[in-house]
Design a protein around this ligand. Structure first.
Ligand SMILES: Cc1cc2nc3c(=O)[nH]c(=O)nc-3n(C[C@H](O)[C@H](O)[C@H](O)COP(=O)(O)OP(=O)(O)OC[C@H]3O[C@@H](n4cnc5c(N)ncnc54)[C@H](O)[C@@H]3O)c2cc1C
Length: 574
């Protein structure tokens, strides 16, 4: 039962300022002023779990400039007056997976993404783990979708042609007495639906992971855990959606809705006003803002940043699966991170979890690295700080209820939310997509006849990757297209043919970073030091623009300004 008094009491008990709670529909709205972002976060959590559907945290933080949001610098009218059956806002893994599911029906589907590529925000800034489902609490949507999504990945990988490695996850037990709890944990995990739980003694852990920390006292092995390349998965969903008739509009930002009674009549963008019968909110860290435009903001998203270090490929030989050693009883809202392999053959270390007011703040700092080095590096005794190639950060889209919001709006007749999709959102994506598409189709059925798409083809044929091929297969490919014989990125052995194919794919890679996400050129030890100029030249040639107009990522990120030499001019020793 919703208890507003309990919320007010909890806020007062914090002693962080004059804060007020008021009910709004089935949610609670918090107002007032606090001094720090941490106080804002504490107030939000204090209000959660008191029987309300959601916490809307409108508390101001003194002196804090709240939102710094990327707005694409594009303004045109190319989408003015267009009509779609479903508009999906957000080209992350959730939006792209939903779009693909929607193409199972005869529908006009559009994905609107404000960035210059799909998988630009959280969907490329994560560990790529297909979690087994042990962490989410019972009764949550997180658990439901994680368990189902994990199972669905096998088929999705087969159909869409992305790599999935079921490497398993080993949770190390830190103290001997934890072992006494392990059988109970196993039983609970099986009750949650986790597919397979194996208890290992200390010796069995060492047999599986010879370099595991000597501090371990046994472990819990979860064989269903796997890893994928998260950008590969997102691109695969997007490309298959496009192959089946969906359209992806990049640089296209939704900036509001024109409402007619309880319906979204028009979606307002920087490229014109668009009509849609149903709108899906898959806007990641901005999903509460999108909900607000339809007067349906019953939850608040707050960003929780996580930094991850990428380790040299040589380290892959030192670990067979995921290693983690969570602190039991910790109240932190995170699974605790660890060290996990990637399908490309690196190890990733992290993430940490830091509440941040900026939702697109992907900066990394020495304190993040210190945390990873002290907390995670010791999990594997062979790893050294010098094995780190680089690091990056992503921001989780968290609600104060710490659960996914996957449902049709209660108040807006043609809106479906796929919001608050923090970890394990990647693992859960196929299952969320299936349900959201069904919800959208149900709404559409009220206003039109929805028929299955007889031409839907779930199978995508990915472009060939040299590193996946045998020597004979490579020779054949190079014979048919010599560009596959010209290696551009030596660290990752990526050929010109692969880059050209990425530029010409259904969701074309049109920037240096987009090429990197598709084929890994620039992801190796030298981090693009050698191959970037060559990638730039190929992009210029294939897209017909001068090299000075080739961008690294977002518009304005051109890499070269002007020629420094005339063509043909060069030094003798160049
Ligand atoms: C450090 C870290 C590690 C993680 N590790 C894992 C893991 O190992 N396994 C796992 O399952 N999950 C993991 N996650 C969670 C996972 O990354 C997310 O759940 C998932 O990527 C969310 O996808 P999304 O599509 O909802 O969001 P996003 O990828 O952020 O996509 C939302 C998109 O919406 C766009 N957008 C926003 N507003 C607008 C607008 N107004 N108009 C148009 N477009 C808009 C954004 O540009 C963005 O591209 C991790 C997350 C983090 C931060």
């Amino acid at each position: 039962m919703a208890n507003i008094r309990a919320v007010q009491k909890a806020l007062d008990a914090l002693g962080i300022g004059k804060l007020e709670a008021r009910p709004w529909r089935r949610s609670v709205v918090l107002e007032g002023r606090v001094r720090t972002w941490q106080d804002y976060i504490r107030a939000g959590y204090a209000a959660a779990g008191k029987g309300f559907k959601g916490v809307v945290n409108d508390i101001e933080v003194e002196g804090l400039e709240r939102e710094r949001e990327y707005i694409p610098p594009v303004r045109d009218n190319t989408l003015e007056g267009k009509q779609f059956d479903v508009i999906v806002i957000g080209g992350g893994v959730i939006g792209c997976a939903i779009a693909r599911e929607l193409t199972r029906w005869q529908l006009r589907v559009a994905v609107l993404e404000k960035e210059d590529d799909v998988a630009k925000q959280t969907s490329s800034r994560n560990n790529g783990m297909i979690h087994p489902g042990i962490a989410p609490a019972r009764g949550t949507k997180k658990l439901h979708y994680n368990i189902l999504g994990n199972r669905m990945y096998t088929q999705a990988a087969r159909e869409l042609g992305f790599a999935l490695e079921r490497c398993g996850s080993l949770i190390l037990l830190e103290k001997s007495w934890y072992r006494l709890l392990a059988p109970l944990a196993k039983q609970q995990a099986l009750q949650k639906g986790v597919d397979g739980v194996i208890l290992l003694s200390r010796r069995e852990v060492f047999r599986r992971e010879p370099y595991a920390t000597p501090a371990q006292r046994g472990g819990v092995l979860l064989p269903s855990a796997g890893v994928v390349a998260p950008y590969d998965v997102t691109v695969a969903f997007a490309e298959n959606a496009v192959e089946n008739g969906a359209q992806v509009f990049l640089h296209t930002m939704v900036q509001g809705f024109a409402m007619e009674h309880d319906r979204i009549a028009r979606v307002l963008t920087n490229r014109g006003r668009i009509r849609a019968k149903v709108v899906v909110n898959a806007a990641g860290v901005w999903a509460d803002k999108v909900a607000g435009w339809a007067n349906d903001r019953f939850f608040t998203i707050h960003g929780r940043k996580g930094t991850i270090a990428i380790l040299d490929k040589k380290t892959r030989a030192y670990q067979s699966g995921v290693l983690a050693m969570p602190r039991l009883g910790s109240k932190a809202h995170t699974k605790g991170g660890g060290i996990n392999p990637t399908v490309e053959g690196n190890l990733l270390m992290g993430p940490n979890a830091v509440e941040v007011p900026w939702r697109e703040d992907w900066s990394t700092g020495p304190e993040d690295m210190e945390f990873l080095l002290s907390r995670h590096l010791p999990l594997n005794t062979r790893l050294r700080p010098g094995d780190i190639i680089t690091y990056f950060a992503g921001v989780r889209a968290c609600t104060f209820e710490e659960d996914f919001v996957v449902e049709p709006s209660e108040y807006v007749a043609n809106l479906v939310h796929a919001a608050g999709i923090q970890s394990p959102g990647l693992a859960a994506a196929p299952a969320i997509a299936r349900d959201v598409a069904e919800m959208a189709v149900k709404l559409l059925s009220g206003v039109m006849e929805v028929r299955p798409n007889p031409r839907f083809n779930p199978v995508r044929r990915p472009n060939p990757r040299l590193t996946d091929l045998s020597l004979e297969e490579r020779a054949l490919l190079i014979r048919s297209n010599p560009a596959y014989g010209r290696i551009v990125c030596r660290c990752e052995a990526v050929s010109e043919g692969e880059i050209v194919a990425a530029v010409k794919s259904p969701v074309p890679a049109l920037s240096v970073d987009a090429v990197k996400r598709r084929v890994r050129a620039g992801m190796g030890r030298c981090q693009g030091g050698f191959c970037t100029p060559a990638v730039l030249d190929i992009l210029a040639r294939e897209t017909g623009v001068p090299p000075t107009r080739v961008v690294k990522g977002r518009p304005g990120s051109e890499l070269v300004l002007a020629p420094t030499k005339e063509p043909g001019e060069g030094s003798a020793d160049a």
